[in-house]
Ligand binder design. Structure first.
Ligand code: C6P
Length: 415
């Protein structure tokens, strides 16, 4: 995973990559679009758009339901996408790959299936203080439903999850540790392997919220040693409305379904229903078939570019932007961890982040401003919001220069 100051080879041709993304060709507010909101959602390359279009124009039917040719072709495309995901994250079996709407739904699935059925009074769930709301609220709901307790490992002023205080909170009552792989608000890369080892030695399971990690470095769920890994397709240059929950097969096997309906059943009578096998037990209703096809195409695309090469490229952009922004008077970077990936959050003295975002937008530069669905992080740093630039595979040094020029403009406006 990326560290901002490490050097990287310059072979990655982001200008060429950029041409694969037609949306980036447009002008916004009379300026060429500089898209630096990748942590919110990545754009889609032609390969993804074409795969979805091909599926929709030639292959669409419902899956697992028909003997006719189209239904079988759609089923093959959907299950082929599942196998592609399995390879992308190096899961053991495609039975461990559950398609969901996104990272949020993946975490809610574990909360409602594992959490609600297995946790009770006296049990503890441990998260960190840098989590996205999607990795806080589902656990608060489980605590209300079951009487278990939520514990929070602190972060330091650099925005790092320190191991010692986290390890102090781990004990025999800890049943689940749920942490982000990369913080969306700060860019911090969390030492999830180390946390997983410690959690397992206490007998706790480990869920990693990988929403901000999957597009920025290779993911190997077995090497990470996690029990669950959650992510969204749209942050990986794939479609919205599709995401993945990886879960170890033995665990998913034991967990009850969380939604009932079609697809997740084997037999239904008014007396008794039996459930389908993995992974369909967790996929009630008609799934997002074209989304899965698009996600698989995005994974092919990223594998062709090379995730290590993308990570090195983004590391270089992050280092450049960080060094340049640090020199601007009145700007404070929020999140200065030793290991960061692709995210640069900051504030400008005398200028609310929303105003900053509006000025940058007038210059064609798209960033996100606000609390980034990580309100406890804002509370910790005692700020209402940050401006956040986040990098992707198609961003260039020219984009960093445009960001800096737009920030200079904002400084002129706000004095
Ligand atoms: N963060 C951001 O701008 P969904 O919405 O389900 O695709 O992803 C939720 C989610 C979960 N965990 C982390 C670490 C995330 O960053 C996100 C989404 C976006 O930062 C939208 S708030």
């Amino acid at each position: 995973m990326a560290t901002p100051l490490a050097s990287a080879p310059r072979s990655f041709d982001a200008e060429r990559v950029r041409r694969d993304f037609p949306i980036l060709e447009q002008h916004v507010n009379g300026r060429p679009l500089v898209y630096l909101d990748n942590a919110a959602s990545g754009q889609r390359p032609l390969a993804v758009l074409r795969a979805v279009e091909h599926y929709e124009t030639h292959t669409h039917a419902n899956v697992h339901r028909g003997v006719h040719a189209l239904s079988q072709a759609a089923t093959d495309a959907f299950e082929g996408a599942r196998e592609r995901v399995r390879r992308f994250i190096n899961a053991r079996s495609s039975r461990e790959i559950v398609f969901v709407r996104g990272a949020t739904e993946a975490i809610n699935l574990v909360a409602q299936s594992f959490g609600r059925s297995r946790l009770g009074k006296g049990d503890e769930i441990l998260i960190s203080a840098l989590e996205h709301h999607a990795n806080i609220v589902p656990w608060q709901m489980v605590c209300e439903q079951t009487g278990c307790t939520l514990k929070v490992a602190p972060i330091n002023r650099r925005g790092e999850v320190e191991l010692e205080p986290l390890l102090d909170l781990l004990n025999a009552r800890t049943r689940l540790v749920a942490v982000a792989h990369v913080s969306n608000a700060l860019g911090t890369v969390v030492p999830v392997e180390r946390i997983a080892q410690a959690a397992h030695s206490c007998g706790a399971l480990v869920l990693i919220d990988g929403a901000q990690a999957v597009a920025h470095s290779p993911i190997d769920v077995r090497a990470l040693g996690c029990d669950f890994y959650a992510f969204s397709g749209h942050k990986l240059y794939g479609p919205t409305g599709i995401g993945v929950l990886y879960g170890r097969e033995e665990l998913l096997e034991e967990m009850p379904p969380w939604q009932g309906g079609g697809e997740m059943i084997r037999t239904v009578s008014f007396e008794r229903t039996t459930y389908n096998e993995l992974p369909w037990k967790f996929e009630a209703g008609t799934p997002n078939i074209s989304g899965a096809v698009g996600l698989a195409a995005a994974m092919d695309y990223l594998a062709d570019l090379g995730l290590e090469a993308i990570a090195a490229h983004e590391r270089r952009l992050l280092a450049q932007a960080t060094a340049a922004i640090e020199r601007l008077p009145g700007i404070e970077i929020i999140g200065t961890a030793a290991h960061k990936a692709a995210v640069l959050s900051f504030t400008m003295r005398g200028c609310h982040p929303h105003d900053l975002g509006t000025i940058l937008d007038s210059q064609g530069v798209a960033i996100r401003t606000g609390h980034h669905c990580a309100m406890p992080v804002m509370t910790f740093f005692d700020i209402p919001a940050t401006a956040r630039a986040s990098f992707g595979c198609y961003n260039t040094e020219a984009d960093v220069a445009a960001l800096l020029a737009a920030l200079e403009k904002a400084r002129e406006v706000f004095g």
